[in-house]
Design a protein around this ligand. Structure first.
Ligand SMILES: Nc1ncnc2c1ncn2[C@@H]1O[C@H](COP(=O)(O)OP(=O)(O)OP(=O)(O)O)[C@@H](O)[C@H]1O
Ligand SMILES: Nc1ncnc2c1ncn2[C@@H]1O[C@H](COP(=O)(O)OP(=O)(O)OP(=O)(O)O)[C@@H](O)[C@H]1O
Ligand SMILES: [Mg+2]
Ligand SMILES: [Mg+2]
Lengths: 173, 165, 165, 173
């Protein structure tokens, strides 16, 4: 299974619909300070079900909705679609309501509104947060797998106390 | 589950001893469960000795050495259960150029199992990418993505703006 | 002493409003004592809005923007009572090249009052130095200093090993 | 007043006597990871009277003594000499025992031995730690002035709580 593309609309600084195609191998994301690179990383964690606003550098979940610029008004919601390909034997969608079979391509969608409420979809079928989380359960993706290392996080692994590090190992296990 | 933790811990430990040597070109590193504590609660201690140096507390290591040690641990964890994709945000920031080369050298070996998305300011890291996306804020406060694609590892980059769909 | 804190605070605050605009090329920043607390105990809140962007919590700022904001605050404090010398260790690590230029531009104005020792990996920062020392570990585990001197701002560097006395 | 030179012997990775001459203006210190740049910064803080081993990244003060390499044995002590020029009206040494007048050049020396005990000297006259600390009292140098920013410290200014930041301001005042 591999990451095929991400579509971001209204999430943090991505006021306009933005599409990024990923290839197998290494994709580099570059640009000046503050242009939105880490926001892309945040959007991936968010659509996969990140529940902590603090982990996304915000004080509340609605803080990830584009809140305007000099020339633009804030948007009413944020939406991210993450598409995976070659999923047939890796992600099991057959158990979800309204989904008959395992798909070869799976798109996970999340929306959040100003009141902080989120909606989740798998291949356009509405579902719950736990469906998204269990979808990725045995794949090594997901918040405790360390497969997503946000800016500054690696320093915390070393400066963590021996006890905190234990938790890191338990999560990876 | 206590057995499961012990097994995973031992695997990560063996991997870490290996990845450290590869990233530092030598030296010794280890992970230890703190003595005298219930193994279900014991904290994890990191020992790291770069080549040619005497062992000391890891706090005395330099910023770059600490980062490289943490990267060795991260790859040691990845070896246990490779994820289909990994997103790494500015892991290379404290590393000098020769350490970045060691980091990217190890990263390439993981490509068999995982796809990588790497956020970076370093030209050296960018040089190993198969595809590059530039994020800009031409209009202040609004992010826009421009793709600068490489085909394979050829350096024939053609800058074409990503079509907004 | 309560008065002394208030005076110093207000001076740093005014300086910060200025240094931020200079480093960001615009925008707005401020320092506030948290409302409703005894002024002798009130915490200090930082507000920072880069040009063109809407004000938000500073946690949402990028790594580089946060560093530049902290640098603005540091220079605001330096303006109150300049020290004869300052040692800055890798302040520029998270900054991109154009922000490094802004940082070094401001730094040069403080040269009237202070001497600077700057530890850096950045070629851009190195380019404004009057003298450069390279630290190496030719013999593993043992540091040695080599001077690479510039006379004035000429780029005619001649590498000569520092005589061990 | 300006910093003229520093001489380091047996401090951290500086096993051999090392002399660095400073000019007015900007001095850059460069080199690969782990070669000793931050150790130079530590040696300056240390000779000016830093009492916290933790602030010097060590678990105990004797940890700053060169503790050997593959080819070298540990040294018995660490010693740093820091020399300032043009001090006449800035640093007041006249009050120190055995020192008759204010000097134009002032050298501060500190030694530490394996048992953790430190010795202090101003222009080769033995003195106490508090003499070194009071020497720099009104100059803006010294541990609470923020004139020495060690690696990673600037991130702490922003991530500090509002209350911790208050302390920063009080120190700077
Ligand atoms: N909800 C939001 N609405 C609008 N802009 C936002 C929102 N949340 C964050 N931003 C903006 O996004 C910017 C930060 O982007 P990001 O962290 O992705 O930068 P970056 O490219 O990673 O930079 P660096 O290289 O400095 O790490 C900030 O300027 C912030 O103001
Ligand atoms: N007491 C000591 N004896 C011998 N070596 C020591 C001692 N204390 C620290 N070191 C060594 O000094 C090195 C760290 O040096 P330093 O922090 O100055 O590096 P640096 O040049 O700042 O690197 P970076 O660019 O990664 O920040 C470590 O490798 C450490 O092992
Ligand atoms: Mg970032
Ligand atoms: Mg350093």
């Amino acid at each position: 299974m591999y990451l095929k593309n991400i579509q971001i609309l209204g999430f943090k600084s991505f006021a306009d619909k933005t599409n990024v195609e990923f290839l197998p191998g290494i994709t580099a994301i570059v640009g000046p300070n503050g242009c939105g690179k880490s926001n892309v990383c945040d959007s991936i964690r968010w659509v996969l079900g990140e529940q902590s606003a603090k982990a996304l550098r915000s004080d509340e979940m609605a803080g990830v909705i584009f809140n305007g610029s000099d020339k633009r008004k804030p948007t009413a919601m944020a939406e991210v679609h993450l598409t995976f390909a070659d999923c047939k034997d890796v992600l099991h969608t057959g158990h979800l309501a309204g989904v008959d079979a395992n798909f070869d391509e799976v798109t996970v969608t999340r929306r959040v509104f100003r009141d902080g409420s989120s909606e989740y979809f798998i291949n356009k079928s509405a579902c719950r947060l736990k469906d998204v989380q269990s979808l990725f359960m045995d794949t090594g993706i997901g918040r405790s797998s360390y497969s997503i290392m946000e800016q500054g996080k690696i320093a915390r692994i070393l400066s963590a106390s021996a006890q905190e590090r234990r938790l890191i190992f338990e999560e990876a296990a | 589950s206590r057995q499961m933790f012990a097994d995973t811990f031992n695997t990560i430990r063996t991997n870490f001893q290996q990845t450290f040597i590869e990233l530092f070109g030598g030296g010794v590193a280890d992970l230890n469960l703190i003595e005298g504590e219930d193994p279900l609660e014991a904290g994890v201690e990191i020992m790291a000795r770069p080549p040619g140096k005497k062992p000391q507390t890891i706090t005395l290591l330099s910023g770059g050495e600490q980062t490289l040690t943490a990267v060795a641990l991260l790859f040691a964890i990845y070896m246990v259960k490779p994820s289909p994709f990994c997103v790494l945000d500015e892991l290379d920031a404290p590393l000098d150029e020769s350490n970045i080369d060691r980091f990217t050298g190890m990263l390439k070996r993981f490509l068999k199992h995982s796809q990588f998305v790497i956020i970076t300011h370093s030209k050296r890291t960018i040089s190993i990418a198969d595809a590059i996306y530039g994020v800009t804020m031409e209009e202040r406060g609004v992010s826009k993505v421009v793709s600068v694609k490489f085909t394979g590892l050829s350096k024939g980059a053609s800058k074409k703006p990503d079509k907004k769909s």
